[in-house]
Design a protein around this ligand. Structure first.
Ligand SMILES: Cc1ncc(COP(=O)(O)O)c(C=O)c1O
Length: 378
C-alpha cells in the first residue's frame, strides 16, 4: 500500500475532526525509545549493511513464521521478484496471479523477465480460489503468486496442492498478511517461497523500505541469498545470472527486530477495529469484510458498497477519510500493458471496494466516530 505515509488527525473547515487512514507518527512516538536504542546500537557497532542485527532479524523472523530461512531484501516488490526468479521452472515463463492486488506482483514478474496472466477472484474472499485458479491455469504457467489480500490467509493448502500436482510452483505474497495463521501455521510457510514487505504502513513496518523472502527450501534460500547481492557465490564472484543489489539495511533490520515482538498485539488490535466497523455496518448499505480469527490480520478494513462514491462522500462529511485498495485492476493499468480483461468478479469488485481507517494506534474515540459515521449511512 504505497502512498500515504503520515497524515495527522485534522479538523476540517466545518469543524469536524477528520480520522486519518493512517498516522505513522503515533507508532513512532509510542516506540520512540525502542527505535532510538536500535539505531544507536547500529551506529555504535559500525556495521551498517548485513551486520549482526540483520542476521538476528532474519533468525527471529524465520522462527516467528516457522520456516527455515528468512532473507532480508530492500522491499516487498524485490522479494517477489527474487522469489519468482528462483522458483520459475526451466522452460516456463508465465506467472499467474490475481489482478486486484495493486500491481506489485505484475511489476515484479515483468522485472524478472516473465509474462503475467490473471485469474479471477472469489466474490467472498476477494482472493484466488480453487475454482478461479483451475479456470486460469494452463500448461504455460510456471509460477502462481497467491496474494493474501487485506491480511486474509487464503485457503492456501488446497491451492498449493493443486499447483504442485501440475508442476507449478507457488509464491505466497504475504505483504499484507504477516502473522496470519491457519491451524497454527503461518502465512508464508505453505508455498515454495513467500515475499514479505516492511513498508512503513504494513502490519510490521520499518521506518523506510524493506522486505524479506522466506522459505524452508535450502536451495531456494541459497539462490535468493546470491541473487540479492549481484548473483555472488562469494565476494566478487558472480556465479548466477539475474542478480541485483537488494539488501535490507542494518538500521531497518534493527528496528524490525525490536518491533517483531509487538506484531501479534498490533494484529489483534487491527482485528478488533474491523469487527467494530463490521457490527456498525450491519443492516446498512456497506458490507465490511470480516477479519475474525487468526487467519486474518486485518491489514486493511475493506468495505463494499454499490454506490461507493456517494457512501465515501457521506463518510468524508462525517470526518472519515477513506481510500481504495485498489482502484484499477492490473489488466487495465496502462503501464502493465496487458490485453486480458475477462475477469468478471475482479472487474465488479473494483468498482465497489473501499478502505476505512485501520491502524493499531487508532484511538477508541476515533473508532467510535467511524462507527457513528457508518451507522449514519442507514
Ligand atoms: C499485496 C502487496 N504486495 C506487494 C507489495 C510491495 O511491497 P513494497 O512496497 O515493500 O515493495 C505491497 C505493498 O506495497 C502489497 O500490498
Amino acid at each position: 500500500m504505497a502512498g500515504v505515509l503520515a497524515m495527522a488527525s485534522l479538523i476540517d473547515d466545518a469543524g469536524v475532526r477528520m480520522i486519518p487512514m493512517n498516522d505513522l507518527s503515533r507508532g513512532i512516538s509510542r516506540d520512540r525509545l525502542l527505535l532510538e536504542e536500535s539505531i544507536r546500537d547500529v551506529l555504535d557497532s559500525g556495521y551498517v549493511v548485513m551486520g549482526p542485527r540483520h542476521k538476528a532479524f532474519e533468525g527471529a523472523l524465520a522462527e516467528y513464521l516457522g520456516v527455515e530461512h528468512a532473507l532480508g531484501v530492500a522491499s516487498g516488490t524485490d522479494a517477489l521478484e527474487l522469489a519468482i526468479k528462483t522458483v520459475m521452472p526451466a522452460g516456463k515463463s508465465v506467472v499467474l496471479t490475481a489482478a486486484n492486488a495493486g500491481g506489485y506482483t505484475s511489476v515484479a514478474a515483468r522485472r524478472a523477465g516473465f509474462d503475467v496472466r490473471y485469474a479471477d477472484v472469489d466474490a467472498e474472499t476477494l482472493c484466488i480460489s480453487l475454482d478461479t485458479l483451475e479456470a486460469a491455469l494452463d500448461s504455460e504457467v510456471g509460477v502462481v503468486v497467491i496474494t493474501h489480500l487485506y491480511g486474509r490467509l487464503t485457503d492456501i493448502r488446497g491451492l498449493v496442492e493443486h499447483c504442485h500436482a501440475r508442476g507449478v510452483r507457488v509464491v505466497e505474497d504475504c505483504a499484507q498478511a504477516i502473522g496470519a495463521r491457519l491451524d497454527g501455521r503461518s502465512a508464508g510457510s505453505f508455498g515454495d517461497v513467500a515475499a514479505i514487505s516492511f513498508y512503513p504502513t504494513k502490519n510490521l513496518g520499518a521506518i523506510g523500505d524493506g522486505g524479506a523472502v522466506v522459505t524452508s527450501d535450502e536451495q531456494i534460500a541459497r539462490e535468493v541469498a546470491q541473487l540479492r547481492q549481484y548473483g555472488w557465490s562469494s565476494k566478487y564472484s558472480i556465479a548466477i545470472p539475474g542478480g541485483v543489489n537488494s539488501r535490507l539495511d542494518e538500521i531497518q533490520a534493527a528496528i524490525l527486530l525490536a518491533r517483531l515482538p509487538l506484531l501479534d498485539g498490533f494484529n489483534q488490535r487491527r482485528r478488533e477495529i474491523v469487527e467494530r466497523y463490521r457490527v456498525a455496518a450491519s443492516d446498512g448499505p456497506l458490507r465490511v469484510l470480516a477479519a475474525d480469527g487468526e487467519h486474518h490480520v486485518a491489514h486493511l478494513a475493506v468495505a463494499l458498497a454499490s454506490d461507493r462514491d456517494d457512501v465515501r462522500a457521506r463518510l468524508e462529511a462525517g470526518g472519515v477519510h477513506t481510500d481504495v485498495h485498489f482502484p484499477v485492476p492490473d489488466y487495465a493499468q496502462p503501464g502493465l500493458g496487458s490485453a486480458q480483461a475477462r475477469l468478471p468478479t475482479t472487474h465488479a469488485v473494483a468498482g465497489q471496494i473501499f478502505s476505512l481507517p485501520c491502524f493499531p494506534e487508532l484511538r477508541d474515540d476515533e473508532i467510535q466516530q467511524v462507527c457513528d459515521a457508518i451507522k449514519a449511512l442507514r
